[in-house]
Design a binder for this molecule. Structure first.
Ligand code: SF4
Length: 419
């Protein structure tokens, strides 16, 4: 395989072939070289994918991992108005909801009983929130299900919790760890460029604070994921610099478990719907998505081993292709998904473990269930396919949907300060 790639590289554009040969020799790819790879077409375009796939094979083998998890987005009420966010509601809007802690715990328990090892908890930032809301949620979940892994609270939420509690980020993270949080999602990153953030989401957590939360968490032994939202207003340089920044953080802390490129879903996003910026794109094209995953794999080689694609954003068949362009992780079963669904994604909110395994096997790879920190829990070959409790569910309407949730009166948001 390698020999074939090297032969192909000999007969191609010398600049691209030098970069790709360097990548295959484990050399670090610079920002300028990353941009060069984005500008490929024809044979060179396909070679970027082939090299990313080869690097993936050498780094993590042919196993494709996934996690059995449930998303709990416990409120959509938010004080911010990010231009890409179709999920949030102002506290005065009828569709604002806030799940009581008992309901959050019920959802976590239900997922655990169906085989989930993780709950992923993220939400909007409701006004006047008491500073200990996040801690209480974690404590109540852990009281009932000590074994479940709480993957929750983005850097934006950690900063909000610290601000509302009037403590430092470090102190707040310590409280969260004591309350049971295990890892943080590295969301609210979008593109780590302050000028661009000020355009697409004024008031969003700053680049400086995002890095501060992430590095502090890593130094305290709390791992995080890392993400990038692309296909909106950013340039190729923004993207490559973002990936390089994550690589630098990883060199310093080693706390990132994975990187997830997230394609912008435009349909219901306010900045696209209302055309707030002249140059706004409607998400990245299929070829751009392929290249972005491949370049991420190439640039993050030797630093972040796991590259996840988002089936919620890309759909199932594109996800299979992305596994051939550098990705090695299928993400989670989710059970509930609100963020992409509210933005207009059409790919549903639950993928059963057996469906994930089927798609992985269809492309000749080996499925494996993992935990949140990428420990493999079980590898599946053709001889040990057993339906889990989640696989056996035939009527998935029992899990509810975002569309239904915003209409349930008992979950309507009520400001705690207004009696
Ligand atoms: S992305 Fe998060 S912080 Fe921004 S408006 Fe949506 S829920 Fe609020």
């Amino acid at each position: 395989m390698t020999t074939n790639i090297e032969l192909l590289l000999k007969n191609t554009d010398p600049i691209v072939s030098d970069i790709l040969n360097n990548a295959l020799s484990e050399k670090e790819i610079s920002i300028e070289e990353g941009i060069e790879l984005y500008n490929t077409s024809g044979v060179e375009f396909h070679l970027v994918g082939l090299v990313a796939d080869e690097i993936r094979r050498r780094r993590v083998g042919d196993t494709v991992s996934y996690v059995v998890n449930r998303n709990i987005n416990f409120t959509n009420v938010c004080i911010k108005q990010c231009g890409f966010c179709a999920f949030s509601r102002d506290f005065r809007e009828e569709e604002g909801y806030f799940l009581p802690t008992e309901e959050i715990v019920r959802r976590a328990k239900e997922a655990y009983q169906l085989g989930a090892t993780e709950v992923c908890i993220q939400a909007g930032l409701p006004p006047d929130m008491e500073g200990d809301v996040y801690e209480n949620i974690c404590r109540e979940i852990k009281k009932e299900i000590p074994d479940i892994h709480i993957h929750g609270f983005s850097p934006e939420e950690i900063l909000y919790g610290a601000t509302r509690s009037e403590v430092t980020i470090e102190e707040f993270l310590k409280r969260m760890k004591d309350a049971g949080v295990n890892t943080l999602p590295g969301t609210s990153a979008e593109i780590l460029d302050q000028k661009l953030r000020d355009k697409i989401s004024p008031g969003r957590i700053s680049v400086k604070d995002w890095e501060k939360v992430i590095k502090t968490a890593h130094k305290m032994g709390i791992n995080t994921t890392s993400t990038m939202m692309f296909g909106h207003l950013e340039t190729l340089e923004h993207r490559v610099k973002h990936i390089a920044k994550l690589r630098d953080i990883q060199k310093e802390t080693g706390g990132f478990t994975e990187f997830v490129p997230l394609n912008f879903i435009p349909d219901e996003a306010p900045m696209y719907k209302h055309q707030l910026h002249e140059e706004i794109k409607n998400g990245a094209s299929g070829s751009d998505v392929l290249l972005t995953h491949a370049i991420s794999r190439i640039m993050l080689n030797n630093s972040i081993d796991n590259l996840q694609m988002s089936w919620v954003k890309e759909g199932q068949k594109m996800s299979q292709l992305l596994l051939m362009w550098g990705a090695n992780d299928f993400g989670g079963t989710l059970i509930n998904e609100s963020i992409s669904t509210s933005a207009g994604s059409e790919y549903g909110q639950l993928l059963k473990p057996k469906e994930i395994r089927r798609m992985i096997k269809e492309i000749g790879r080996i499925p494996a269930e993992r935990d949140t920190n990428y420990k493999i829990l079980k590898k599946f070959d053709n001889t040990n396919e057993i339906d889990s409790e989640l696989d056996k569910i035939t009527d998935t309407s029992q899990f509810g949907s975002y569309v239904e949730l915003v209409k349930i009166n008992k979950f309507n948001y009520k400001n705690p300060r207004v009696k």
